[in-house]
Write a protein that binds this ligand. Structure first.
Ligand code: HEM
Length: 562
């Protein structure tokens, strides 16, 4: 009897060891500000869920599949009312009413650029996950109107080199794409073969990465093996692998992450030094003792800048900080790459499966090509140089030739209405999941439902819900480019088109992204055709800010025109 009442001290210690930290964490977990700390206008909080685990809250189900979590929760609240939940010490409020979504997008009460968002998210779960601060204050201002034609020419020249290579690569050989461009110029495929099998998404991933790095850091990045190193390092810390994966790998391998950052920094340093030396020579002297550059020398700068970094160095009067530039490059690649390659791949997939859409796209390409040639003939009576298939196009020569013409490359790309509609429809169907901001107004935000979201909460809405809502789109599951060609439908559904975000933080690279994708699509169809080999795609839905990706490789055949 007495033995049964005895509590084993080891068991007691174990129980205490488990329970004590839980109680401590629970007592210290962040709570919503008390009513007394809110202003007079406060309404009730949205219905809240703290989850079973203190501090962790509902993190496990939320991060596992954000879309499934939202779908389930939405149905639990009447009339699509707002709800609130705890994820790793941070409170999130999700809204569905149109007025409230507009408040998130336009209102000054909530704020957050998406890069800062990553830092904030990680801070809750893994402090200092980004030891290397992503920024976007250097490069993105360069994306203003005056530079777009130049961007367009840079891209056009590189697309001329990259895309024809796709038709000559051996099947499945993605490692090949990591090689320097010179070695790729030698066809590795049998000349008589008429089609090349590729893993669509993986190939688009490489092509877009190559193009973006070329535009940012110049041709050297592709020529001396730096590309392979950059790509591998970026891959190690790419958050698009999914938040859970990223956090696990960061937790398990902080050393790996440090090494990856060091590689990115070192590559950026090499390229930056190259352009600083070039600029210093052009100005006839380099920096003064106070660090500022000497005035421009006798040697005038004739050549257009080779890349964004070159342009940046030319415009800067002080030496640039490697750490900051490397962070900016990372931020740019992250923003410019993860969605663009998926949207490009989905667009090619849709073109391959929709003959009617493909016909309209090809007709548009033909029309614009004729228009361009007509303008060229009028302004340059001599015949355009021949472009034999299989000929390799040295980039500099192409840029030279492009500069001769008066036709605006940008005007041609902007004229691609069908191609743009394909892209916008693809983004609608495979949209980035959740948009979020952080409430900064001290009094919080009063929602249309009368609920009050307190300062410090993440305020979010589901772009997927809007893009697939039957109230806003006729047959929302159907791929139909018509809805983007008809102004009427857009006007009817004021909030239906969030492909590029909206309000105070729209996508800054939308025009660049469209330009890049349209050029690649047109160039592929200039040399041949794409046909589906994989029949159906099993999709992994995009989570925070990323588009849908396939679960398994998706194969298509690139058929060369005969
Ligand atoms: C198909 C490709 C792309 C898609 C679908 C896309 C989509 C978006 C969306 C929806 C937002 C708003 C997110 C929000 O409100 O929370 C956004 C923001 C942003 N995008 Fe894109 N984007 C793409 C390509 C690019 C490219 C190529 C660049 C850079 C050249 C870029 C740079 C940015 C930046 C810097 C922001 C944040 C703006 C801010 O914080 O104020 N994006 N993008």
């Amino acid at each position: 009897m007495s033995e049964s009442r005895h509590i084993d001290p080891v068991v007691l210690a174990m129980v205490m060891a488990i329970v004590t930290p839980i109680v401590i964490v629970y007592m210290h977990q962040k709570r919503a500000p008390s009513r007394s700390r809110q202003t007079a206008s406060t309404g009730p909080l949205p219905p809240s869920q703290r989850g079973f685990l203190p501090y962790v809250g509902v993190a496990l189900t939320f991060l596992k599949d954000i879309n499934a979590f939202l779908d389930k929760k939405r149905t639990e609240h009447p009339n699509d009312g707002p709800f609130r939940f705890l994820v790793a010490g941070k409170w999130w409020s999700v809204v569905y009413a149109t007025e409230d979504i507009k408040l998130v997008l336009n209102g000054k009460e909530s704020e957050l650029s998406f890069l800062k968002g990553f830092e904030e998210l990680m801070e809750g779960l893994l402090p200092k996950a980004f030891t290397f601060v992503p920024r976007h204050h250097f490069f993105l201002p360069l994306f203003r109107e005056g530079n777009m034609e130049w961007f367009c020419r840079l891209l056009a020249a590189e697309v001329e080199i990259q895309v024809p290579l796709l038709f000559r690569l051996p099947a499945y050989a993605h490692d090949t794409l990591k090689r320097p461009v010179q070695s790729l110029s030698t066809p590795s495929m049998h000349e008589n073969a008429s089609s090349n099998l590729i893993d669509l998404f993986e190939t688009c991933r490489h092509v877009v990465m190559r193009l973006n790095l070329r535009v940012l850091l110049g041709p050297r990045i592709l020529q001396d093996g730096l590309y392979g190193q950059y790509y591998a390092a970026f891959d190690t810390i790419d958050p698009e692998k999914g938040l859970v994966d990223t956090m696990t790998s960061l937790l398990l391998g902080p050393k790996k992450k440090e090494e990856a950052w060091a590689t990115l920094r070192e590559i950026t340093r090499q390229v930056l030094e190259h352009y600083e030396e070039k600029e210093s020579d052009a100005r006839g002297g380099g920096y003064r003792n106070d660090g500022t550059m000497k005035a421009q020398g006798a040697q005038e700068q004739q050549e257009p800048p080779e890349c964004v970094l070159d342009l940046l160095v030319r415009q800067s009067n002080v030496p640039l900080d490697v750490e900051e530039v490397a962070g900016d490059v990372f931020a740019f690649v992250l923003a410019a790459f993860t969605n663009t390659y998926a949207v490009l791949a989905w667009s090619l997939w849709e073109l391959a499966g929709n003959p009617e859409v493909r016909e309209r796209f090809l007709a548009e390409c033909g029309r614009l090509q004729q228009q361009k040639e007509r303008e060229q003939r009028e302004h340059h009576p001599r015949p355009p140089q021949s472009r034999g298939r299989g000929e390799s196009y040295p980039e500099e020569k192409l840029l030279e030739r492009n500069n001769e013409t008066v036709t605006s490359f940008l005007a041609v790309v902007d004229g691609c209405k069908v191609a743009r509609a394909i892209i916008e429809e693809v983004i609608r169907l495979h949209t980035p999941g959740l948009f979020f901001r952080k409430v900064v107004a001290p009094s919080g935000i009063l929602l249309s439902t009368g609920h009050q979201v307190p300062v410090g909460d993440f305020l979010a809405f589901s772009a997927r819900y809007i893009h697939t809502s039957p109230a806003l789109h006729t047959n929302p599951d159907r791929f139909d480019i018509e809805r983007h060609l008809m102004e009427r439908e857009k006007k009817r559904a004021d909030l239906s088109a969030l492909q590029w975000g909206g309000g105070r933080h729209p996508c800054l690279g939308a025009r660049f992204a469209v330009m890049e994708m349209v050029m690649i699509m047109r160039r592929i169809y200039q040399d041949g055709n794409v046909s589906r080999v994989t029949e159906m795609i099993e999709t992994h839905k995009g989570q925070l800010g990323t588009s849908d990706k396939p679960v398994r490789p998706v194969y298509v055949a690139l058929e060369r025109a005969v």
